[in-house]
Design a protein around this ligand. Structure first.
Ligand SMILES: [Mg+2]
Length: 252
């Protein structure tokens, strides 16, 4: 069972009622369980600390971020990392190189950003055979002073120039969901994804072959859900309703 975190178990620093008990319920019945999040600005250790402070029992090793999936994809190959310093601890153990890397990891770079020189450097690596692993492909993001370009436009620039698609490692990518299922040794068809984002969580998981449960907390908005035409297998008022819903699902 996969839990999206923000909007499902907590919103910002506030726990959603029933989150602690629902995670415990899944543990007690012995189902493999993981937290899945698109967070690319915090290492897994910081996410684990937050969960522990909220009394939600999900260990650091059971939290899957795009960086965690990237590490699995990279394996023994060489890589060059373009991620912010705070995320480097999640890449401990990967072999980094400045010349002829097998993989390029494109993540958030904070204020320094993707300069033309940096994009040129990545372009050269890809033309020499490297594959881009993008931690996500968001178009823009909201800062206190307004909208800013996110990394998606830069990933797209490299794809356009090289004619090679990047591997996108966050939700809603099929590779992300399959990577997590492989790590848990479960089949997608026997796995339930619980999320508050109809496109990233529910739509993505469905394309990857998982069963889905949409919670009406966090970013859930009824009108937007309808406009997407995506239908989750289950719709729950909140995570507090999970145990009852699982009984229904088992009997269906
Ligand atoms: Mg969410």
């Amino acid at each position: 069972m996969l839990f999206d975190l923000d909007g499902v178990l907590y919103v910002s620093d506030k726990i959603i009622r029933g989150a602690t008990d629902s995670v415990m319920h899944v543990r007690n019945i012995g189902l493999p369980l993981a937290g899945v999040t698109n967070t690319t600005t915090q290492p897994r250790s910081a996410i684990a600390e937050k969960l522990a402070a909220l009394d939600i029992l999900i260990a650091e090793s059971d939290i899957y971020t795009p960086a965690a999936i990237a590490v699995r994809v990279i394996g023994d190959h060489s890589t060059k990392l373009y991620v912010r310093d705070s995320l480097l601890e999640d890449f401990q153990g990967v072999r980094t190189t400045g010349t002829n890397p097998n993989f390029i990891v494109m993540g958030d770079l904070g204020a320094s950003g993707y300069t033309p020189d940096l994009l040129h450097e990545i372009f050269k690596h890809v033309m020499d055979g490297a594959t881009v692993l993008a931690l996500h492909k968001n178009r823009f993001w909201q800062k206190p002073d307004g909208l800013h370009l996110d990394i998606g436009p830069f990933v797209t620039a490299i794809e356009y120039a090289t004619g090679k698609d990047a591997v996108i490692l966050g939700k809603p990518s099929k590779d992300f969901f399959h990577g997590v299922c492989a790590a848990l040794h479960v089949s997608p068809a026997n796995t339930l994804m619980i999320g508050d984002d109809i496109e990233s969580d529910i739509g993505g998981a469905q394309v990857a072959g998982l069963r889905t449960a949409l919670v009406k907390t966090g970013k859930y908005r009824e009108a937007f859900v309808k406009s997407t035409g995506i239908k989750a297998d289950l719709v729950l008022p909140s995570i507090a309703d999970l145990a009852d819903a699982m009984k229904l699902l088992q009997s269906s």
